[in-house]
Design a binder for this molecule. Structure first.
Ligand code: HEC
Length: 105
């Protein structure tokens, strides 16, 4: 094994460790973390609870992305979410939506 292969394997194991632990992605921490946590609701529903709401819905990631982009109230009775959280861009919204949708699978 050459060193490139070894470092690729190291990177892969980091990525899979990350997925298993379901840590908040960095952009989620920066742009959503003031209000949302993965597994605890405080001023907003936890990402896990949101994921449960959409469990089994094949269109979950798309619907979640649309709601993040729009902001507002979604029936959780926590109040209102600012559109795009703290200024997340479209790529970040797409990847966070997929992350949320996959949590409860
Ligand atoms: C200032 C606080 C705040 C920030 C920042 C914030 N949210 Fe929210 N979010 C809320 C609140 C409050 C609700 C619940 C609204 C309600 O009561 O219906 C919510 C609801 C949601 C929902 C539920 C949508 C649904 O369909 O039920 C999703 C998904 C979500 N937020 C994702 C995010 C993501 C991703 C980010 C970062 C890009 C983010 N939020 C940033 C406050 C916030």
């Amino acid at each position: 094994m050459n060193s490139i292969t070894i470092s690729m394997l190291a990177a892969l194991s980091l990525i899979s460790g990350f997925a298993l632990a379901a840590d908040m992605p960095p952009e989620g921490k920066a742009k959503c973390g003031t209000c949302h946590a993965i597994d605890k609701s405080s001023v907003a529903p936890s990402f896990m609870e949101i994921s449960e709401k959409y469990k089994g819905d094949k269109d979950a990631a798309r619907k979640i992305a649309a709601n993040i982009t729009m902001g507002g109230a979604f029936g959780w009775e926590f109040g209102e979410m600012p559109a795009k959280g703290l200024n997340a861009n479209d790529a970040e919204i797409q990847s966070l939506s997929k992350f949320i949708a996959d949590l409860a699978k």
